[in-house]
Ligand binder design. Sequence first.
Ligand SMILES: Cc1cc2nc3c(=O)[nH]c(=O)nc-3n(C[C@H](O)[C@H](O)[C@H](O)COP(=O)(O)O)c2cc1C
Length: 195
Amino acid sequence: MTNDKFEVLKTIISSRRSVGWAKMNGKIIPDETVNQLLSLAHWAPTHGRTEPWKFFVYGGEALKQFGKDHGDLYWDHTAEDKRQEATRDKLMHNVDLASHLVIAVMKRGENVKIPQVEEVAAASAAIQNILLGANALGIASFWSSGGMTHTHALKEYLKLGHDDIIMGLIFLGYTDESAKDGVRNSVIAEKVKWL
Ligand SMILES: Cc1cc2nc3c(=O)[nH]c(=O)nc-3n(C[C@H](O)[C@H](O)[C@H](O)COP(=O)(O)O)c2cc1C
């Protein structure tokens, strides 16, 4: 059975690819368009309508400053015998070709009856909405958990609460590269058990 809406959605979902920050071209997305993408996050399902997300959006000078701060956070919170100039440099400059960076957070609310796993699930769905919207608009995106993503230092920098979780750094931009074919390690039927 074919259905136009389903086919459009399937194309948007299956053609979404991660485009690494090094493959972006520096072209700037209008802030209004970034807001349109974030408005898609709002429609993710949540148990108890907790809407457990917060997005820190960096563009322009703020983006450059974040890159610098990210490098500094890495440097200041990594043991002297472990830290490397090359890594610091990479963190400072991985924003150079992106248009915006969105730090996506699972923001724990008052309703502690909802298990943490469900709030993480809801925040993930919200992020996926952003990535799919980006793909539909021809915007490249990259969900990264690199650098200081999962550190207490970045949580402090963002003034997050103890139970909040940084879900990832979402790089947004444009690319000149043509879309890659998706690679998957399995076929979906292996992951599905019909009873
Ligand atoms: C929670 C999460 C964290 C990720 N972190 C990274 C990362 O740090 N570095 C990276 O290269 N890709 C990262 N990715 C992207 C995956 O590498 C990518 O989704 C996967 O290779 C499949 O490719 P596709 O997104 O183009 O389909 C992350 C994806 C998710 C969901």
